[in-house]
Write a protein that binds this ligand. Sequence first.
Ligand SMILES: [Zn+2]
Length: 214
Amino acid sequence: MSTDPTVKELLQRNKFSRPTFASLPWTPADKLTKKTRRQSLTSTLHLGAIIRRVDTTTHRHSCVCPAASTLRLTVDISVVTCADPRCIPEQFLELRPVEAVIIRNMCGHAAPALNDILALDHLIGFTEIMVIHHTDCGALAFTDDQVRATLRKRRPDDEEIESMSFGTIKDLEQSVRDDLAVIKGSPLMRKELAERSYGFIYDIKTGLVSALED
Ligand SMILES: [Zn+2]
């Protein structure tokens, strides 16, 4: 009897590419010149505009999400990925509403997502976790030391700054592997879920999602 292929098996079978944003070089905000600002991907959307937009579309939202009125959800997949606005898992994984729980943070790290995964797994009961980092990630463009230096200017006497980390990375593939190790090494994670946690890299330029080999 055949069993359903896992997400990883499907992705390995069909490395797929979807239209995506053009890649633009990362420039820290304080280094942006007039020229680079023009070349950067810039959103001018402000909160007032969002409120007006939501205000006129509220009735549509309840139609979009078929399970909006219940918390008794069954969602198999949790996706941990980057908060970068160009990295939109709903688009590049072609997810429909309620098909996955998306947790996003700087780079898509597992450690800051761990409490969320544990709580949501308790509530929902996941089957698989996808950790997806992406090319051209901002986390590759600066270092924790640079952020600490900025914060020290703000609060020179704050001793906690020294021990703070900000999710920056040096190697994309290694960072996915490190985050998988965090999930698999957590004594609080369900064993079956930890065993079915997989790593991927999403290519911002091509839209290709590649599974990492074990
Ligand atoms: Zn990123």
